[in-house]
Ligand binder design. Structure first.
Ligand code: DON
Length: 317
């Protein structure tokens, strides 16, 4: 019988994850499935799935962990990393800032109020649109191909694809994002055409995954850019450090302070009800439950991560 702390945590996880999921699933009734992208409204409102992956690739999963969903804002973490790899820090931070906003994720308030009119950070919509424009490639077709290749590599899953229905649904209804992009263009933040950058942005938001893919991607971040399973560096350490810092301060938008207080782990949410999180140095975590709270974060997902953090004392503070 081993007394390795990892083995003990892992046993407790696999023994209890199912009951914790059942408990947190009750919180799905506190939220509403996103409908401003009409296709997302088709997601079932009563599901919760989680996958936790350790450095050897072992998986603890429970609930609806095979449910498929689109990355939405979680993709912004990885396009940020790719744009840093393509351009370096100085160029990226000439187009986006490093501070939380306290505003909603799709707010345009500060673009006009604060000088210079660059987005406050790369995880709000305005910032992520600016980041999409920095991905290397002669046009959106090339940029999208590079993004897909990079995401497949991080997820170790060559079959990741863009969900065409979600893409079209977002593109047809993205009046707010279009206005953000025009603002950015007018402020001199975008060098390319608005329609082109939005194609890239909607495409990476529409990449379809499941909880295992999320946990696999998170595992690489948890290990500072090295994939511990293939024992291969995929991302320079500094760029993971930047990404994780943003996840901490802005990853749950204007609920990031509350999440840091209750969970204390780097995380990024998406309006599909997904959350990517990690226990640094140890586990990658993927969660999905579509009903969202007012701030755009999964109600049951946040509750479940809070329970796990409490149970295993995972807060970094
Ligand atoms: O641009 C949008 O509104 C969506 N594609 C992504 C927003 C999102 O996921 C915000 N997250 N909670």
């Amino acid at each position: 019988m081993s007394h390795n702390p990892h083995d003990q945590t892992w046993k407790q996880l696999t023994d209890h994850l199912g009951e914790w999921v059942t408990e947190s699933k009750k919180r799905t009734t506190d939220g509403h499935v996103a409908s401003y992208i009409p296709e997302l409204a088709n997601a079932p409102a009563d599901i919760l799935g989680i996958c936790i992956m350790d450095a050897s690739g072992s998986i603890a999963a429970a609930g609806d962990s095979n449910f498929r969903f689109t990355l939405q804002s979680i993709s912004k973490v990885f396009t940020l990393i790719l744009s840093l790899m393509d351009n370096g820090e100085a160029a990226v931070f000439s187009k986006v800032g490093m501070e939380p906003t306290g505003d909603d994720f799709n707010s345009m308030l500060k673009l006009e109020l604060v000088e210079p009119g660059i987005p406050f950070n790369p995880l709000i919509n305005a910032g992520a649109i600016a980041i999409s424009s920095l991905i290397a490639g002669k046009d959106s077709t090339e940029q999208i191909a590079r993004i897909l290749t990079f995401f497949r590599e991080i997820a170790d899953n060559p079959s990741l694809e863009i969900n065409a229905d979600v893409y079209k649904s977002e593109s047809d209804t993205a009046h707010r994002n279009r206005s953000l992009a025009y603002f950015l263009k007018d402020n001199g933040v975008l060098d390319c055409e608005v329609d082109d950058v939005l194609r890239t942005y909607f495409s990476h938001c529409s990449i379809e995954v499941n909880c295992t893919d999320l946990a696999r991607m998170a595992l690489v971040l948890a290990h500072n850019g090295v994939d511990p399973i293939r024992n291969q560096r995929l991302i320079p350490r500094r760029f993971v450090q930047i990404a994780k810092t943003f996840m901490f301060t802005c990853g749950m938008y204007n609920a990031s302070g509350e999440f840091a207080m209750n969970v204390g782990l780097p995380a990024k949410s998406g309006v599909s009800g997904s959350i990517l999180s990690m226990v640094p140095g140890q586990y990658g975590i993927g969660v999905v439950s579509p009903p969202l709270n007012r701030k755009g974060n999964s109600t049951a997902g946040v509750h479940l991560l809070g329970k796990l953090s409490q149970e295993f004392d995972w807060s970094l503070f």
